[in-house]
Write a protein that binds this ligand. Sequence first.
Ligand code: NAP
Length: 249
Amino acid sequence: MMHLKGKKIFITGASRGIGKAIALKLAAEGGDIAFTYCGSDLEAVQATEAALSAFGVQVKSFHTDAADFQATDKAVADMVAAFGGLDVLINNAGITRDNLLLRMPEADWDAVLNVNLKSVFNTVKASLKTFLKQRSGSIINIASIVGISGHAGQANYAASKAGMIGLTKSIALELGSRNIRANVIAPGFIATAMTDQLEASLQQAWMEKIPLKRVGCPEDVANCALFLASDASSYITGQVIQIDGGLLT
Ligand code: NAP
């Protein structure tokens, strides 16, 4: 059964990693997909577009810096004009600039907060008019378990993800009466380019702490995104769902 047939979906940062896995999962269920990217080469973006189009859905990509308010506003407006609506907004774009707070340059604080947190303000502001007009919408924000627990060496990243949780809960409270839902997915350790940067010994140390004894894969996150995007979750808002193999329990 196609759970998202005709749903129009906007995803930030879906050229690779978790965002791409979510886009593929939702397209396989019939959703039309618009996605953004920023640093990826054209070949990678075209490969993603081709893989999505193979499901017979509408596909559009935007070279848009998620931190840029005006550019995001334009991308969302162009997507709504092209697809004729917007049903699901997924904020996935994210970066790390890890360092101990003592050594963290101001630029690394600003970059992480702008790409990970301000980006959510940008897309939600750009989407609200459409959501309010149609009296429905599902917003899914990809945070992290470190936004709940904190993490030494990731003060900027953890603060940005904690901010996403506070922002999401506020959106759920402000807009629930208009049938606009907002939820957070908080992944643990998921195998992507982001975690590949970590030393092998550190990756092993994380693995040993995970009760389910395996690192997560992007599809584990995509399965939850499918649920939150679909009408199967229509009575769920303001929640934080951990996809972490039990790591933060
Ligand atoms: P990734 O492999 O590094 O991919 C990041 C994605 O974000 C790419 O598509 C990238 O596109 C996009 N992006 C980065 N900066 C952007 C910007 N300024 N504007 C638009 N797009 C931008 O990371 P990932 O592991 O898939 O992570 C995806 C999300 O999950 C992030 O929010 C991350 O914090 C979160 N997360 C990941 C893990 C994990 O273990 N991997 C755990 C918890 C949470 P371009 O390269 O084209 O810019």
